[in-house]
Design a protein around this ligand. Structure first.
Ligand SMILES: [Zn+2]
Length: 136
């Protein structure tokens, strides 16, 4: 999935360059680098910084639906979209950020629907609400 995010982010950044200039490079941050939260999840869950083991973990364990759905991807929450759209009224950087983010999320949705048959875990509010219901 990483190369698809990189390829699409590159195409978007090139397409946006005439309009946003160097700010179009921000597309990489939200279109490609937000997947760094997978590694962050691994560090917290496994209490290990070993990037090779993390890569192996994501190539094997998270291919199982049950393991994948446990993963918390803190940079992927849909609640960031309205924040970026409002912020884009004030600075060009957030337009590029929002475009890269939305493109990334769409690709993740397509992948997860195809691979796992459903898309879950992208709403912080939904996760918090589910957590409260479990506590009751
Ligand atoms: Zn992603």
């Amino acid at each position: 999935m990483l190369w698809q995010h990189f390829t699409v982010s590159t195409i978007i950044a090139i397409a946006l360059y005439p309009f946003l200039g160097l700010w179009s490079l921000v597309v990489y941050v939200t279109g490609f680098l937000i997947d760094s939260d997978h590694y962050l999840f691994y560090i917290i869950k496994k209490k290990s910084w070993n990037i090779k083991k993390a890569y192996r973990y994501f190539r094997t364990e998270t291919q199982k639906v049950s393991e994948y759905k446990k993963m918390v991807k803190v940079f992927h929450f849909l609640e960031y979209i309205p924040v970026m759209l409002i912020a884009s009224l004030f600075h060009t950087l957030f337009i590029a950020a929002a475009i890269g983010f939305v493109a990334h999320i769409i690709m993740d949705f397509i992948y997860e629907e195809h691979a796992f048959g459903s898309v879950r875990g992208y709403s912080l509010l939904s996760r918090l609400s589910a957590g409260k219901q479990k506590a009751l």
